[in-house]
Design a protein around this ligand. Structure first.
Ligand code: ACM
Length: 267
C-alpha cells in the first residue's frame, strides 16, 4: 500500500483555508492512506475555552470530517486527520479515519500535552484498530508517542500501520521514539507533523516538522524537512508488519510475559 504524510502549516482559526491547502497538497500525489497533522484545520494553540468551543466540531457531521470524506471519495483513499471534537461529554483532541464510504472511526487523544489539559477532556475510549485501505490502521496522536503502552496496545490489536497526527514542539523527540515504537512492535508508524510557528496569548510555539514513515525494523523510510510545507508517499509491504518473529525461537509479541509486568505504580 502507499502511505502518504502531509506536512502543513495551518493558520490559526482559518479552518476552510487550512483544509483547502491540505487537500491541494495531497492532490499532487497518490496514496492509499494519508496522514495529516493534529488540529490540521483549526490550528493548535487555543488560548481559552470559548475559542476551543468555537472551533470544535461534531464528528462525523462537522464540516471538516465531511470535507475529508469528499476528498477521500474523489481521490479513492483513506485519511487520518486531527481535529477538536465537540461531543456531548466534552471537547476532545481527536483524529478521524475516513474512507470513500464515509467516516470509519474516531480516536480521542489519551495522553494530553501541556495546555491541552486546560481545554480538552482526555480520551475515554481504549485504543482500537480499524480496517481501511487494505490495512489494519491504529491511531495515536502526538504526545501518545512517548507512552510505549499506546503503540503496544495497537500492535496487540493487530495494527499494521500506526497513523500519528502530530503538532510536535520538542525537536527530534518523536522522530526517535517512533523508530523504537515501530521496531519493538513490528509495525509501520506514519507521523504527520506540522511546521511553522504560532504566537498566541503571548506565547510562541515552534513546530518541528520532520514528518516521517518508519518501517517494522525501525528504519526510517522517508523523512520530510524541518520547515517546509510538503507531502510524500512511500510504498510499503504490509506483510512485513504481520510477521513478528525475530529469530526461529523469538517473537516480538508472543514472547511477552504480561503476567510479570507492572502497569501502575505500587500503591
Ligand atoms: C503534542 O502532543 N501536541 C506535543
Amino acid at each position: 500500500m502507499r502511505i502518504g504524510i502531509a506536512q502543513t502549516n495551518p493558520t490559526f482559526g482559518q479552518p476552510h483555508r487550512n483544509l483547502d491547502l491540505a487537500c491541494g497538497l495531497m492532490e499532487h500525489h497518490r496514496a492509499d492512506l494519508w496522514v495529516l497533522p493534529e488540529f490540521f484545520a483549526s490550528g493548535y494553540q487555543f488560548v481559552d475555552a470559548e475559542e476551543v468551543a468555537r472551533f470544535a466540531e461534531p464528528i462525523p457531521e462537522g464540516e471538516t470530517t465531511q470535507e475529508l470524506i469528499r476528498f477521500a471519495r474523489a481521490q479513492d483513499c483513506s485519511v487520518v486527520a486531527g481535529l477538536p471534537e465537540a461531543a456531548p461529554t466534552g471537547i476532545y483532541n481527536s483524529a478521524v479515519l475516513v474512507c470513500p464510504l464515509g467516516h470509519l472511526t474516531t480516536y480521542r487523544k489519551i495522553h494530553l500535552f501541556g495546555a491541552e489539559k486546560l481545554f480538552f477532556v482526555p480520551g475515554d475510549r481504549p485504543f482500537s484498530v480499524t480496517h481501511a485501505a487494505g490495512a489494519r490502521v491504529g491511531i495515536m496522536i502526538c504526545f501518545d508517542h512517548l507512552f510505549p503502552e499506546a503503540a503496544r496496545s495497537l500492535a496487540l490489536l493487530g495494527a499494521d500501520v500506526i497513523a500519528h497526527p502530530s503538532n510536535l514542539v520538542i525537536p527530534g523527540l518523536a522522530q526517535r521514539t517512533t523508530v523504537v515504537r515501530a521496531l519493538e512492535n513490528g509495525v509501520f508508524v506514519a507521523t504527520a507533523n506540522r511546521v511553522g510557528s504560532e504566537t498566541r496569548g503571548g506565547k510562541e510555539l515552534r513546530y518541528t516538522g520532520e514528518s516521517q514513515v518508519v518501517d517494522p525494523d525501525g528504519v526510517t523510510l522517508l523523512r520530510l524537512s524541518a520547515n517546509r510545507v510538503e507531502a510524500a508517499v512511500v510504498e510499503v509491504d504490509l506483510a512485513r508488519a504481520r510477521v513478528k518473529a525475530l529469530t526461529s525461537r523469538n517473537d516480538k509479541l508472543a514472547d511477552r510475559r504480561p503476567e510479570l509486568y507492572t502497569l501502575a505504580p505500587a500503591a
